[in-house]
Design a protein around this ligand. Structure first.
Ligand code: SUG
Length: 449
């Protein structure tokens, strides 16, 4: 039976804005309080999805979350009418107002960790939403993410949904952004590499000095247990603190894998080559041939250029003709060192046959490149037939979503707009219409009242 990798992209929400909420994510901090363009952001995301669908990759969408999150503002002590809550929050606690307005669920790589049935001892597809406790604005996503994933992957004969790992900083989990699966083809048993930034319960663990290690070993280990992964197929690798302190806030900013190909920076992992050797050994121990390793050295691409170009946040996808395509951000064209790495990738012997560049500037200015915007889910044909079908990006859905964005989204959103009493209604009208387009029923809180 054929197994496909599905890419679920987070649809950019109508309140996409730049609030500087993610310490350690250099782009987010740099663009704090700049004016965003939610309409352009949503179109850029849709254009990437369309490109992938046209390349023969199974592409689906995840709906955005309801923002502002009024319930959270009320829990934080703001009361009265909606307009007065928003006005007071914007004035007294602009960081809380911005957090409750963030469209950060667009970065679907952080939504969850998903293990395909081929890897689990019980033959089920395992799904664990990320708790995202490291950043307040992102922690607000977990509840809705869990419920929307249950709505889409609703058949409990093949999908098993776990609760998020308990929400404490020692168990901080950022989902698939720190998770790499390597396998000969998506249908085969694979190895899963969990990359963590610190060991929270080890008193001798110093972790990175400047920026937080957002994924803990303890959270990664819990997910491998929950997902019933065969012990030999789950591997825990520590991210290098040097990389984190250079702005690599998630591992998907410094390495990326697809099937048997692994592209990584020599400074990605704390034990360098020894960690890569461990990954290759685990791969061979699954009775697979050698993986194809493509190392990029610091001389070729300094860490600052890796972060600046977002090269490793490219997606690598298998096309219908079985060769691979690199979906790279346009920033790679503007960085000579990154462009040279792409040239080398294309000229050396490996499965990458072509590169396509995507303009995702609205998202990248908040630290989210091509790979951040998607959650990978490898499913057999049967499993694929058992998910909610309205989320597939068909030509029709692409057209519908394009005109929906044109009708409902603003092309300018600055910090002062977060106090605009019309914005919540605009956002709810857009989401109400979206649930009709996707056939998802009443998934939002405001639809249930
Ligand atoms: O969690 N940025 C996101 C970017 C996530 C990128 N995802 C992956 N690498 N997989 C984050 O840091 C910025 C929001 C703001 O500042 O307005 C933000 O949340």
């Amino acid at each position: 039976m054929e197994t496909f990798e599905l890419n679920f992209d987070g649809l950019v929400g109508p309140t996409h804005n730049y609030a500087g909420l993610s310490y350690g994510n250099i782009a987010s901090v740099r663009h704090a309080r700049s004016v965003s363009n939610p309409k352009a952001a949503a179109h850029q995301g849709l254009a990437k999805m369309k490109l992938l669908a046209d390349l023969g990759v199974s592409q689906a969408v995840l709906p955005p979350q309801e923002r502002p999150d009024m319930e959270t503002l009320k829990r934080l002590g703001f009361s009265g009418s909606e307009a007065s809550i928003l006005e007071r929050a914007a004035k007294e606690a602009p960081e809380l107002s911005a957090a409750c307005y963030s469209a950060s669920s667009m970065w679907a790589a952080n939504a969850a960790t998903v293990s395909p049935s081929a890897d689990a001892e019980d033959g089920l597809v395992h799904i664990t939403p990320a708790n995202l406790v490291r950043n307040f604005h992102r922690s607000l996503e977990t509840g809705f993410t869990a419920s929307v994933l249950k709505t889409i992957f609703h058949d409990d004969s093949v999908f098993i949904h776990h609760d998020p790992v308990p929400g404490a900083v020692q168990l901080s989990d950022e989902g698939a952004a720190n998770h790499i699966r390597l396998c000969p083809t998506h249908r085969d048993k694979g190895i899963q590499v969990f990359v963590y930034g610190r060991k929270a319960f080890d008193p001798l663990d110093r972790g990175p000095e400047k920026y937080p290690g957002r994924q803990t070993f303890e959270a990664s280990a819990a997910i491998a247990r929950l997902h019933r992964l065969r012990p030999t197929c789950a591997l825990f690798v520590r991210q290098s603190s040097e990389a984190i302190d250079s702005g690599v806030f998630h591992n998907d900013v410094i390495s990326v894998g697809n099937e048997n190909l692994f592209l990584y920076h020599s400074r990605a992992f704390s034990h360098g080559q020894a960690d890569v050797d461990r990954i290759a050994e685990a791969y061979r121990a699954c009775r697979h041939d050698d993986p194809i390793l493509f190392e990029v050295t610091r001389n070729e691409l300094p860490l600052s250029d890796a972060v600046g170009s977002y090269l490793f946040n490219s997606q690598i996808v298998t096309m219908s003709n079985r060769s691979m395509c690199l979906i790279a951000p346009v920033e790679c064209l503007e960085n000579a060192a990154a462009a040279a790495v792409v040239d080398r990738l294309l000229s050396e012997a490996n499965p990458i046959a072509e590169v396509r560049y995507v303009d995702l500037r609205q998202s990248i200015q908040n630290g989210g490149g091509p790979a951040c915007l998607r959650l990978r889910v490898a499913l057999t044909e049967r499993e694929r037939s058992l998910i909610h079908q309205g989320v597939w990006l068909t030509e029709q859905l692409y057209d519908d979503l394009t005109s929906w964005v044109d009708r409902f989204y603003r092309d300018r959103l600055g910090p002062e707009d977060l106090a605009d009493p019309r914005l919540p209604d605009e956002s709810r009208s857009a989401l109400d219409e979206l649930t009709r387009i996707l056939g998802l029923g009443s998934i939002y809180g405001f639809q249930k009242i």
